[in-house]
Design a protein around this ligand. Sequence first.
Ligand code: NAD
Length: 520
Amino acid sequence: MAGTVEQGQTSGNGTSSPNPQGPQAEFEVFNPATGQVIAKVPDMSAEQVAELARKARAAQPGWEAMGFEGRGRILLRCQKWLLDNAERVIETIVSETGKTWEDAQLAEISYGANAFGFWAKNAEKYLADERVKSASVILKGKKLILRYKPLGVVGVIGPWNYPLTNSFGDCIPALAAGNCVILKPSEVTPLTSLLMGEMLTECGMPADVYQVATGLGPTGAALIDQVDFIMFTGSTATGKKIMAKAAETLTPVSLELGGKDPMIVLSDADVERAANTAVYAGMMNGGQTCISIERVYVEAPVYDEFVAKVTEKAKALRQGVPAGPGSVDIGAVTFPKQMEIIEGHVNDALAKGARAVVGGKRGAGPGDFFEPTVLVDVDHSMECMTEETFGPTLPIMKVADEDEAVRLANESPYGLSGSVFSKDVARGEAVARRVESGAICVNDALMNYSALELPMGGAKASGLGSRHGAHGIQKYCQHQAILVSSLHLKRDVHTFPYNKRTTQGLMKLFRLLWGRGKRD
Ligand code: NAD
């Protein structure tokens, strides 16, 4: 595994910064809840990334040759390792993200453990040869096969909000398929990815099958030049750069990007469940989840009741430096620059007439905290309703009816996920189907991410392609179409030398096959 970590001693309160001095440039990793530097990590150059790719290419045939069973055995060992070492992994995640113990346990450990088992069990099924039947008589006697062959070396570029789930998580199916993987984690949170390398080595993964390219944006850009596929999770703005860069080498990409997920609360909703879900799905992980509830539309008859319940529940949330299980409900803002965005959206809303019924400003330092915030009297002239906030904020808007709710929900460049609440599940599902998004929940939120059988990908500016399900592993493979001719003549009739009789005979055959009947 590449990328060694040095423990840093100095303290600071910024984001990672490159250090061009010395033989190996490094950047610092901070604990955003305390502002302290917790490690220094190599900022890898393009040459170093190319070297990782050379090693990966050398290791890949051996890894592929281990077969699904051999690879699956290692993945299942990792599943157990993750639970045996859960406290250490959670501490690492918490230290670099500032998230709560529970957010790391529920959304990262459980995801990772589930995913190891899922891909170990299902990779072979999803990637088995598919026998295809053709209706065309000219293909009679030929065997048609769709085969999934690992691409070779997959590059995964990840964000900072879920270092295990959203960065390392996407490596698991790529590895299960027989690829080597180079992971470029976010420069804000590289430590979990490095720890995952330790886990894989301990669990018997051969050298160089999984490598970590620590670094900033340019390290990610260099990775695109070296690999056969890029799985990217991050902002829509960076996603566009990734796609443009990948176009230079015609490298296929899968993009999991930003969102502005709406929640629609219909007048016949279970308001208590809707309010609990809004507060949890809007603020767990400090609201730093791609599929967080980012805005709520409530039908007028239940608006006051919903706002009252959300206000009471959000006021009760405890925020602070995470200190073990049960210590706080809301942790820190992981990425210092995100703080400016959150504060900007809240201030913009307040300046335009919104009210903060809970929170509304930064929390006490030295770490980076933003108070759990509930905004009312909001509308679509405000950034908090139209741009991704990615913080513990919940703007709530009153709407006249479901048509207005759907229209506003769709008035967004994003289309990642969302949710609809109604006791009439048929009505809830009908409204959900009108929301333009890659995923949608009825009387729930976030849970679709745990359904590894179901594709998860964004519509509109929220992404391209998907993770999970059959496509979530088939995308890491060359789809090779194989035709095997077993019953054949010495010379096929349509081939050289051309002669008039055969050509006319074939035309008769084509007319018989495809030309019968009249045009309507
Ligand atoms: P980001 O786009 O700033 O960075 C993501 C990664 O891209 C980082 O590793 C970064 O170093 C790298 N990068 C930056 N510039 C690059 C370049 N030019 N070439 C190659 N790599 C480059 O995103 P972020 O701030 O780390 O993450 C937050 C965003 O991620 C939010 O928008 C969130 O919605 C999104 N996200 C989406 C999903 C999803 O599944 N759709 C999941 C989690 C997060």
